[in-house]
Design a protein around this ligand. Sequence first.
Ligand SMILES: Cc1ncc(COP(=O)(O)O)c(C=O)c1O
Length: 496
Amino acid sequence: MRFSELIGSFPGETTLTARPRPYINHSVEFKGVFNVKDRAEMLEAVGLNVFFFPSEMITGCDFLSDSGTTSMTNEQWAALHLGDEAYGSNRGYFLLMEQVRELFGEVFFNKPDARRPNAFIFHQGRAAEDALFSLLGKTGSGMIIPSNGHFDTTMANIEANQIQAINLFSPEIKRGNPDFRFKGNMDLERLEQMLEREGEKVPLVYLTVTNNTAAGQPVSLENINHTARIAHRFGKPLFLDACRFAENAWFIQKYESSYRDLSIRDIVREMFAPVDGFTISFKKDGLVNMGGGLFLRDNGLFIENYPEIPDALVNYQVTKEGHPTYGGLSGRDIMALYVGLKTVTRDDYLTYRIQQVQRFGERMAGLGLPVLTPVGGHAVYLDVNRFFEGTSMQAQDFGGIAFTAVLLAAYGHRACELGYFAFGKMDPQTGKDLFPEINFVRFAVPRLRYEQDDLESVAEAVKILHRHRDIIPAVNVTYGRNLPIRHFKARFEFRK
Ligand SMILES: Cc1ncc(COP(=O)(O)O)c(C=O)c1O
């Protein structure tokens, strides 16, 4: 028997349940040595707000965010050395523009001779959002921007400009059908009704892919195309909040049968084909620690409706970020971003990345923990209300905040409350709490950073907390209950 035949008679590598990662550790960092007492004391000192807990004391996994927390590849570290720190038109800018053209399409790319630019680089996503919404806010009053789910800072940027931000979550997110794969979709029925009722107030329609606020769930291409058709029928531009465009494309390839045979890059092109613009934080699928952008379709509906905005954006950039060819980033950041955008659409990377998150969620679900399934692309979401079922924890006790504090102190893992506290508000008239529809704790998995054992250890710790959930105390808010974006600033104490 020839060697190749002999080898072929073994079960193939794809049949293995534990598969090797498609990358190796290029360099590693050892964690500090701290115990439960150190962590508990520190947490009390920072008012139980996990954002203020020193990351150097995190002995477990840091799941506070998947944003800007990626471990870069050796190619990106090498590219940093090729950074060109020229004030105007650095080397990386042209490489980045070529990558934008290749990935998202010719219409979003700045041609070298373009008088009216359509690609704007910013230092991060929210800077791009601020530019867009502050300029839009000046064009009128009483505006409303509907979305399938605004991210918290996006909503804050919109509202800071006296524009109302409305979430039209898919009804599937509440139904919780585990077989429905695209729970991040826009609720098309409500969008249509809204545009019919108050369309004159809507400057644009926004779609977040994947939908971070709706448990990181993906949006189908069918829904993107349908949203675009509705928006365009009413003369409204469609924008993507495209932070996790590659992860969303992976879900489309795997679960939307008409696109199964397309490559990730082809699907990305299809996703951006019907849109008039997009904002993006490159700190997610740019695979970098800093970067953002705003891209407007050349001759698209947005530029048609607001022809003065591209030039106003250049003024904004020059006064706030710097010359448009570096936009608040150093030349080396731009080089790392250019390489990151080339890497992020690799099949082996995306498949491992998303399946790692899925396995983590499935492990939690298998332990009987109430996580949202099927799991989205970047994070596992624990349903706080179901977690505390059977205990005396009430909405105003902010169980999600208490959970994150206990998990961090007891086991050294940091997660983030995105629920009644983060998205809730204090009614200024009555002083009562207004609670949002959803109440989650999010475990956002940084890219290229953790191994399977790390995630297993978190699942085990959460299971222990679940078993002892009746002794997790309620929290009092000692500072910031009435403040906007209060979860970044508030302080708490355990109720005695
Ligand atoms: C969907 C979404 N939009 C916008 C942002 C803001 O991006 P940045 O953190 O770069 O400002 C984030 C960040 O987490 C996000 O998840």
